[in-house]
Ligand binder design. Structure first.
Ligand code: TRP
Length: 334
């Protein structure tokens, strides 16, 4: 009998985290980490997955440290979570090679990231394989290895990753049928869609709209961002609808229930946008002040991050090594 229910998720280091990433993914993921001893939580940095996109040595290193520092600064406790870098665990790549031999090509043809790229090329009337590297094509196999190597039960993901978890499950079932029961069959849980975080222009905060705000920007940049948020031209004395206000919806993400109720009341009574912005800026700034310091400390002293990742590497390999041995012996190479 397995002792733990295992939760695992990977984070691709392809950029610097913004407020939308924090509220939509990082915060809910950190809240999931429980104190329950029967649960094992594994969070890792999927740097080999990022390599599909990022072909710049310094940038990949920068993003990897930045993502690690972000999670640590926001409260990920490496004593409660096994936290490592994918590239530090050679067993993942060995398992990925094994799984590739069990994966029908047709399954990869149907994977949506690859399919999207091909149909984009067809639309442009260029060779369908343009800019399709094998890393993109076999992306779901590597992700299956990430998941299956740790006998994962639950994978918390966003909508775009559901198909990948289903593929991992297919591959696991296939393997179990051929070589006897080996892998747990992973399930996904969808990260709850939190409120859409609006950017300064009132649209969804997204890199493609150039309206994002990095979480750990300086106080000055944060202030400028908040004060540039779009509002209507109503007068300070006009009553306002809080539920139709991007400033209010942002405030709700950081404030306590009492504070939210208070501001709601002030909207109804009439409040100037300048005053709302001042309140909102102070709220976010207070909330992020400590994590911002901590982030800076980690990115200035990256050896601190290395130490945590080294601990995670050790813990992860301790689980991975004996299991990979078992798998190899089943297929006849061990
Ligand atoms: N593919 C995921 C993403 O793009 C990252 C990832 C890699 C992952 N391996 C994983 C997520 C394993 C969950 C489990 O966001």
């Amino acid at each position: 009998m397995k002792q733990h229910k295992t939760y695992l998720t990977g984070i691709k280091p392809t950029g610097i985290a913004h407020i939308g990433n924090y509220l939509g993914a990082i915060k809910p993921a950190l809240e999931k980490i429980s104190h329950n001893k029967d649960e094992r939580h594994i969070y890792f940095i999927a740097d080999y997955h990022a390599l599909n996109l990022i072909k710049d040595r310094n940038l990949l290193k920068k993003y990897t440290y930045s993502i690690a520092a972000t999670w640590l600064a926001l409260g990920l406790d490496p004593n409660r979570v096994i936290f490592y870098k994918q590239s530090d665990i050679p067993e993942i790549f060995e398992l990925s090679s094994i799984l590739a031999c069990m994966t029908p090509k047709g399954l990869m043809n149907r994977a949506h990231a690859y399919k999207a790229k091909v149909s984009e090329n067809i639309k442009k009337k260029i060779d369908p394989d343009t800019d399709v590297n094998m890393g993109l094509y076999t992306y779901p196999i590597l992700m299956s290895a990430d998941i299956l190597l740790f006998n994962t039960d639950v994978v918390p993901v966003g909508k775009d990753q559901v198909q990948h978890v289903e593929i991992a499950r297919d591959i696991a079932e296939n393997f179990n049928k051929t070589f006897g029961n080996t892998f747990s069959l992973p399930k996904y849980v969808l990260n709850k869609e939190t409120a859409i975080i609006t950017g300064s222009d009132g649209r969804k905060m997204s890199k493609s709209y150039h309206n994002t705000l990095e979480i750990f920007e300086t106080e000055k940049v944060l202030k400028k961002y908040v004060y540039s948020m779009k509002t209507d031209s109503s007068l300070p004395t006009d009553p306002k609808d809080p539920d139709n206000s991007n400033l209010f919806s942002m405030y709700k993400q950081f404030a306590t229930q009492d504070e939210i109720n208070d501001l709601r009341e002030r909207y109804h009574q009439g409040i100037g946008w300048g005053e709302v912005k001042r309140i909102l800026f102070n709220k976010i700034n207070d909330y992020l002040e400590e994590p911002r310091e901590s982030y800076k400390n980690y990115t200035d002293k990256t050896w601190l991050i290395d130490e945590f990742l080294e601990k995670g590497r050790h813990e992860a390999r301790q689980l991975a090594k004996p299991f990979l041995e078992e798998i190899k012996s089943k297929i006849g190479v061990g």
